[in-house]
Ligand binder design. Structure first.
Ligand code: PGA
Length: 246
């Protein structure tokens, strides 16, 4: 059983509308109960819902993040985009950067590095996603891929205290498959070994649910979870937190 602070980050992706707000009542109640243990809850809804979530969470400890941001620190003629200053301005304290679903759309490590730098400047905490694809895993390239993603993604960023690394193997996202415990333990250890000083907090993401959390929580070098599908159900999200602490 763990007794440390753990981060539970709900990544709602492109789901949710105003009707979804009602479902948060359960989570708000839970966040005020002692069952939350040392859990820290963060919701990353689509941009359209950030303000509504902020109002909803005003009197509780649940934090809010964006799911991505534009790389420019200034406002500008970028139709359809939002930058980190704008996120901070409407109440977000976190932002997910480098998610594989955005990498698939063409985001590369250099661009991700720029986004992270400007998000940190805007005083956001960054959830920096890394992970290998199935093909890369089969070719035994996991470590070299992670090394490159970390090296380029965090290039010239000295102070890493506001960075969380989310290890999300691409083949585990939305598939119901999670890595074997011994492999995950080894990979998290490997990621930590890339930092000379104190490593950032490391989260795991990819098909986390109320069933497999019992196994995942035993991996003692993990500081929390990035949860997609299961986080859209308040019941499942609460169950994941509860089961981490029992
Ligand atoms: P999943 O998504 O939990 O639905 O696998 C995780 C993520 O993409 O962050």
């Amino acid at each position: 059983m763990t007794n440390k602070y753990m981060y539970f980050i709900a990544n709602w992706k492109m789901f949710g509308d105003l009707k979804s707000l009602k479902s948060l009542d359960k989570v708000i109640k839970f966040s005020k109960s002692k069952n939350i243990g040392k859990g820290r809850l963060i919701y990353c809804p689509p941009y359209t819902l950030i303000s509504s979530f902020w109002k909803k969470f005003k009197n509780c400890q649940i934090d809010i993040g964006g799911q991505n941001c534009h790389e420019s620190e200034n406002y500008g003629p970028y139709t359809g985009f939002v930058n980190s200053r704008m996120l901070k301005n409407i109440g977000a304290n976190y932002v997910i950067i480098g998610h594989s679903e955005n990498r698939e759309q063409g985001e590369n490590d250099k661009l991700i590095n720029l986004k992270i730098k400007n998000a940190l400047k805007a005083k956001l905490k960054v959830i920096f996603c890394i992970g290998e694809t199935l093909v890369e895993k089969r070719k035994k390239k996991t470590q070299s891929i992670l090394t490159k993603q970390i090296k380029v993604g965090l290039y010239k960023i000295k102070n890493k205290s506001n960075i969380f690394i989310a290890y999300e193997p691409v083949w585990a996202i939305g598939t119901g498959i999670v890595p074997k415990s011994e492999d995950l333990l080894k990979t998290i250890k490997f990621i930590k070994s890339k930092f000379k000083d104190k490593p950032p907090k490391i989260l795991y993401g990819g098909s986390v649910n109320p069933h497999n959390i019992k196994i995942l929580k035993e991996i003692n070098n993990i500081d929390g979870f990035l949860i997609g599908g299961a986080s859209q159900s308040s019941k499942k999200f609460i169950d994941i937190v509860k089961k981490t602490y029992t």
